[in-house]
Design a protein around this ligand. Structure first.
Ligand code: CU
Length: 147
């Protein structure tokens, strides 16, 4: 989506005074990983999308050259449910983690192996797509939490 330069300059000025009136999401990705899957056809992926902007966004789809299909799953109780989108709140984050939200890679074209990376494109309702190289970790990997 093209944004006129004048609009960007205005948003930067507003952000400078700590206002939320800039009304733009500002997304970045942290802590992305894929545990090496036991399956030849399916893998789960985890990451955190941080929004430092004053407007919310929505993750609407994920694509990857490694998988025929990537879907968004929520864990509800002990089962999981496919959802069509997930919110990234303003000044907040969308967390995918073991036991919670996850990306589901299906119809794998090759089985991801520890040490490799898997390329994905994250597509959003408002922001431009983000390309992420997700490292493949050992099957038992769990991320260290900050703080
Ligand atoms: Cu799932």
């Amino acid at each position: 989506m093209a944004v006129p330069a004048s609009a960007v300059a205005g948003a930067l000025l507003l952000a400078g005074c700590g206002s939320d009136a800039d009304g733009r999401p500002e997304l970045s990705v942290r802590a992305a990983y894929i545990p090496q899957p036991v399956s030849d056809t399916m893998a789960a992926g985890f990451l955190t999308i941080v929004n430092q902007g004053g407007a919310k966004d929505e993750l609407t789809s994920v694509t990857s050259p490694t998988a025929g299909s990537v879907t968004l799953h929520e864990t509800v109780g002990s089962s999981m449910e496919q959802v069509s989108s997930l919110d990234v709140p303003a000044h907040g984050q969308l967390v995918f983690k073991s036991g919670g939200n996850h990306l589901m890679f299906e119809m794998l074209k090759s089985r991801p192996v520890q040490g490799e990376t898997v390329t994905v494109q994250l597509h959003f309702a408002a922001s431009d797509p983000l390309k992420v190289e997700i490292p493949v970790k050992p099957a038992t990997y769990t991320p260290k939490t900050g703080h």
